[in-house]
Design a protein around this ligand. Structure first.
Ligand code: SAH
Ligand code: SF4
Ligand code: F3S
Length: 467
């Protein structure tokens, strides 16, 4: 059963080979993505895979799509409900166009598996983050048999061997170096949804990065739930850590900037710290989730470090990189969080001077140990605390932006500004968007690194002039 192309009415019986090919080329996929950068990256890989193996083009309109995918996240509350309510919308599309295939992928799929089909029998595909490479085969199997396909296994690195070569879509490209998590933070569902840590081989990662940089990527973002736990093997059979991988990436001549998301304070090795001295390509920005500032809560969360250890890590890095800006994730309202605990969180944020960060209200996740604990803090109190954290972080971010005025910053050119064609747009090492007068040219292409003097800090962007 081929999905029907809306451009070819059901009555038109012309299925000559050419026409058939054309129909194939016109198949469209709509993907809605929730969650972290890993999921955003997975969605991009699914689009590539569907384009190269099954002739799908991407669309922003579910109404006209032949394949509708929800790439889901289950890290916080109501994730499942959100997915089911989205699916409720798509049920109507399926009722109007029965050939539409509807799939659920990502972390809710991984956790719920068959339960999704039981509740929403019109869903045809359910697959976890590690089996997305099997998508074209699952679509065919579903179309041929009419039986919903569920695949939430955790095969090792099979996924990477079966995805088409990565494509650079701009001056910055993401590369997965590892997946999964071996930690057991008391509140977190990720180890259940993404499985144990699996690292890709070092040469495989380097080959992918080299190819992306040849296509124009100048900034590489290394992705993983816990990149500092990277343990890749080399072709020679040696095991290498994240610091080694980073120094190899830095040795690639076309790579100009390196970022990584996310590392863990407990595994931030001496070697990794030292690398900041020797590796200017590592940006002056670190995303290192602290989660809390109270030792009592950090212990209950099973994070494996104290606030002092976190701070001294940052202090050591700042002796090497005085301008290092630090971002983090924070969880507010963990069960039993007292006023004193909360003050300790504010203190940590103040002392580190955290830049733009993510903060969330704690949400009990089924199957995690913390979910069994009573929260014991009234919701209005938790909300007020969250607001306080966010206001504090915002004030830091504002101060940091202000302090950049008058300084010269290295900017990665992303392209012409969408709002004003006389301006170019780029990004600083600490992730601020900068607009400055200029036009793309052979000597100033997308991906160029240029020095810009910052002249003004507006709400959403900085302004400057080429130096
Ligand atoms: N591996 C990363 C985080 C991955 S999950 C790390 O260890 O830092 C992304 C973020 O979601 C976490 O940093 C945490 O702040 C948040 N998070 C995870 N579980 C949560 C929960 N139950 N309630 C609220 N926020 C949560
Ligand atoms: Fe979750 Fe902790 Fe693993 Fe991060 S380190 S993904 S918070 S279990
Ligand atoms: Fe969400 Fe899964 Fe990422 S739970 S945060 S999409 S790893």
């Amino acid at each position: 059963m081929m999905p029907r192309d809306p451009d070819f009415p059901a009555g038109s019986a012309d299925l000559s080979q050419d026409r058939h090919m054309e129909t194939r080329q016109h198949k469209k996929v709509f993907i809605k993505t929730f969650g972290c950068q890993m999921n955003v990256h997975d969605s991009a890989r699914m689009r590539d895979l569907l384009a190269s193996k099954a002739g799908y083009r991407s669309t922003e309109e579910p109404e006209t799509a032949d394949l509708i995918l929800l790439n889901t996240c289950s890290v916080r509350e109501k994730a499942k409900e959100k997915v089911f309510s989205e699916l409720g919308r798509f049920r109507q599309i399926k009722a109007r166009r029965p050939d539409v295939v509807i799939g659920v992928s990502g972390c809710v799929a991984s956790q719920e598996g068959h339960a999704i089909i039981q509740r929403m029998p019109f869903v045809g595909l359910v697959f976890g983050p590690q089996t997305l490479h099997r998508l074209p085969a699952m679509i065919s199997a579903y179309q041929q048999s009419g039986i919903p396909q569920v695949d939430t296994a955790f095969p090792t690195v099979e996924k990477f061997d079966n995805l088409p070569p990565a494509r650079a879509e701009g001056p910055s490209a993401s590369v997965t170096v590892m997946e999964g998590c071996n930690k057991s933070c008391s509140y977190c569902v990720v180890p259940h949804t993404r499985g144990r840590e699996v690292s890709r081989g070092m040469e495989e990662v380097l080959t992918e990065i080299a190819a992306l940089s040849e296509q124009g990527a100048r900034e590489i973002v290394l992705l993983g739930q816990n990149v500092s736990g990277y343990r890749g093997t080399t072709q020679g059979g040696k095991t290498v850590d994240f610091a080694t991988l980073l120094s190899e990436v830095a040795a690639l001549p076309l790579v100009r900037r390196i970022r990584y998301v996310t590392s863990h304070p407990r595994e931030f090795s001496r070697r990794l710290i030292d690398l900041y001295e020797k590796t200017p390509k590592l940006v002056d920005h670190l995303y290192l989730p602290a989660q809390h500032g109270s030792d009592r809560i950090l212990f209950a969360m099973k994070r494996g470090y104290t606030a002092l250890e976190y701070k001294s890590l940052i202090r050591r890095l700042r002796t090497i990189r005085p301008n290092l800006s630090v971002s983090s994730d924070f969880i507010v309202g963990y069960p039993g969080e007292t006023d004193d605990d909360f003050s300790a969180m504010l203190r940590l944020i103040t002392e580190v001077g955290h830049d733009n960060s993510f903060s969330f209200l704690y949400s009990p996740r089924p199957g995690t140990p913390a979910a069994l604990l009573p929260i014991g803090i009234p919701l209005p109190v938790r909300r007020a605390r969250l607001q306080q954290v966010q206001a504090l972080i915002e004030s830091h971010a504002h101060r940091i932006s202000q302090s950049m005025c008058g300084t010269v910053q290295e900017i990665l050119v992303e392209g012409q500004s969408a709002k004003d064609p006389a301006l170019l747009q780029g990004r600083t090492e600490n992730n601020r968007v900068v607009h400055f007068p200029g036009t793309l040219s052979a000597t100033l292409p997308v991906g160029a690194l240029v020095n810009v003097t910052i002249t003004e800090s507006a709400r959403y962007a900085l302004h400057g002039t080429l130096t």
